[in-house]
Design a protein around this ligand. Structure first.
Ligand SMILES: Cc1ncc(COP(=O)(O)O)c(C=O)c1O
Length: 409
């Protein structure tokens, strides 16, 4: 094993390989394997830490697998956006010093109190009077101004969803007037008022943040409230195939300009909470072909496992693919050559377990070959199920500088 592989193995405790080809050669895996690229996590986290005009948290819903959390933490992220009590516990137990923000605007009953009293959570999102009442009641803030003062309560503002591939505005968020009323109610309750929004996932245009920040300006003008914090949400894109997105620096600049125009108090904290962008680059899923029938493949992972984004409607994103096969010399080699389009079924007995988009692979791909789906760090592990007894859960790591692709910055 090379020196860099040894160094890397120490960092996460995972078995390390020098390349995906080497992992395939050594393991000849018959079940899917997640290959992590710690340096890809480090690069993208650095881009956010150095470039975002505020503090970056990680929205762990994008990938809460422990090895991924470790990579994100090792990369310097110390603040996490959580949306359920099990996410709160997971991060609090793993990283006791990390800061947690509970940013689901509608929580399971009782969980705000548990997060506050048992896990030190002080930041909560909301978009209704009812949720404000239950946060104040469950934390004890309704009866005690000293507790209220500890809370930062983020009103989730509804913003246009026209720049993102997956909209997140039809479920959560209030209008400008609703947000104005809520920030005033938060201030009156003695808690710190804050605003948040989400432009939608895989946002393609920096101007979406500009528009959302202008909407924040309307809330400030209408309410006259001085914000303690502003969280511009997630939505930052992955640099996949088949979608054109400007570099992250353009998103950061748009946000910096938009925030400056708000004339916020000097001590107002600025946050973002990316999920996808922080983890997309850092993980490949190595699958195996079980059977080839003409131009149809049966593979050992599918939409009930790590490949569920292949089931998204109108999802133009394509993930880079590589095929590995045993070589005549006894090792493993990458298969190249003319590409053909293949339909790919997942391993379960459900006919719906089929990738909704054809995948382009070397024409000679055969049963027993391995297909590496690259850039699948986001919403792969988090959405896998145990349907039919399949649950990919093997992680290894690939050390320095061998990430297949990485985001421009
Ligand atoms: C409140 C909140 N924050 C952050 C995220 C992460 O979004 P993305 O992965 O697009 O960055 C989501 C995604 O659903 C979310 O709902």
């Amino acid at each position: 094993m090379s020196a860099s592989a040894q160094r890397s193995e120490k960092r996460t405790g995972l078995v390390a390989y020098n390349s995906v080809a080497e992992l395939v050669d050594k393991l000849r895996p018959e079940m899917p394997v997640y290959a992590l690229f710690p340096d890809a996590f480090a690069n993208i986290a650095k881009t956010f830490i150095d470039g975002f005009p505020g503090e970056t948290m990680y929205a762990i819903k994008a990938n809460p697998a422990i090895p991924v959390l470790d990579c994100v933490y090792d990369a310097g992220i110390r603040h996490f956006d959580v949306a359920s009590i099990s996410e709160v516990k997971l991060v609090h137990e793993r990283f006791p010093k990390a800061k947690l923000s509970f940013m689901a605007p509608v929580r399971i009953r009782g969980t705000a109190g548990e997060a506050f009293h048992r896990h030190g959570v002080r930041d909560f999102a909301l978009d209704s009077d009812e949720e404000l009442t239950s946060i104040l009641r469950d934390t004890g803030a309704a009866a005690d101004r000293a507790i209220a003062k500890q809370l930062t309560l983020y009103v989730r503002l509804q913003v246009p969803a026209d720049g993102a591939l997956l909209e997140l505005s039809s479920k959560f968020g209030v209008s400008v007037s609703g947000a104005s009323a809520l920030v005033k109610a938060i201030e009156a309750a003695g808690a710190k008022p804050a605003l948040t929004f989400h432009v939608g996932s895989q946002c393609l245009f920096p101007r979406s943040y500009t528009t959302a920040l202008k909407r924040c300006a309307e809330v400030l003008a209408q309410s006259g409230v001085a914000l303690a914090a502003l969280d511009v949400g997630g939505g930052f894109p992955g640099y996949y195939l088949n979608v054109t997105v400007p570099p992250l620096t353009e998103f950061f600049t748009a946000i910096a300009v938009g925030v400056r125009a708000l004339n916020l108090p000097k001590d107002c904290a600025i946050y973002c909470e990316p999920g996808r962008a922080l983890v997309a680059d850092g993980l490949s899923v190595v699958t195996q072909v079980s059977l080839r029938r003409d131009h149809t493949l049966f593979i050992n992972d599918g939409i009930y496992g790590s490949l569920n984004e292949y089931a998204l409607k109108d999802w133009p994103v394509r993930y880079p693919l590589r095929v590995f096969t045993p070589s005549n010399a006894g090792g493993i080699e990458e298969k190249t050559g003319r590409l053909s389009s293949f339909k790919a079924f997942g391993p379960t007995c459900d006919t719906l377990d089929v990738l909704h988009y054809m995948i382009d692979l070397p024409d000679t791909v055969a049963a027993g070959d391995w297909i590496e789906f690259q850039m699948l760090g986001a919403y792969s592990c988090s959405l896998r199920t145990q349907f039919n007894g399949f649950y990919p859960d093997t992680f290894v790591e690939i050390p320095a500088n061998s990430a297949p692709l990485s985001a421009p910055n």
